[in-house]
Write a protein that binds this ligand. Structure first.
Ligand SMILES: [Mg+2]
Length: 176
């Protein structure tokens, strides 16, 4: 079975600038590129899993989110997309959630498609919904402190489920 990382984007790999949609506004979290290169070298399959309710709200379109992703890969020194698959969930919190985190649907589909080992697969993110998505899918979760303050406090969930906390994505990767 294969090991994998499901990575949130905003607040985990790039600075959460609130409804990021312009490629020129993408700012990497320090060490994020190094972390992804190290993960690939260590044999992890990488998946990008990002809620983008700005699409559902009509603030921007899917192509804007994809352009930001491409700019992120380029800034990280990748010539090609390092993610084996990407899920951009466009729903707003008011919509019926299909892929929107905390739904585990994307993770469950990928676990089956790529025969992932849940004990060696992680969802990493800066918000409660990231941790819940990983938990709901039966894989492991890790929290990074590079996001901005959220209206949903993750601390009770972190304590209750013994989820590890890291200063940033590179710190998480270095202890794997
Ligand atoms: Mg985030």
């Amino acid at each position: 079975m294969k090991k994998a990382l499901f990575l949130d984007r905003d607040g985990t790999l790039v600075v959460d600038t609130h409804y990021l949609y312009k490629a020129a506004d993408v700012q990497l979290i320090p060490g994020a590129g190094e972390a992804l290169h190290a993960l690939l070298k260590a044999g992890y399959l990488l998946f990008l899993f990002t809620n983008q309710s700005g699409i559902g709200r009509g603030y921007y379109v899917l192509d804007d989110a994809l352009a930001c992703n491409r700019h992120m890969f380029m800034m990280m020194g990748f010539r090609e997309d390092p993610f084996i698959e990407t899920c951009i969930a466009p729903e707003t919190p008011e919509d019926q959630a299909v892929y929107r985190k905390p739904s585990p649907k994307f993770i469950l589909e990928m676990c089956e498609k790529y025969q992932l080992d849940p004990q060696n697969s992680w969802m990493v993110g800066d918000k409660l919904c990231d941790l819940e998505a990983g938990f709901n899918a039966g894989i492991r979760s890790a929290f990074v402190q590079t996001g901005k303050a959220s209206d949903t406090d993750p601390h009770e969930f972190l304590r209750e489920h013994g989820i590890p906390v890291y200063a940033h994505i590179l710190e998480f990767v270095e202890q794997l």
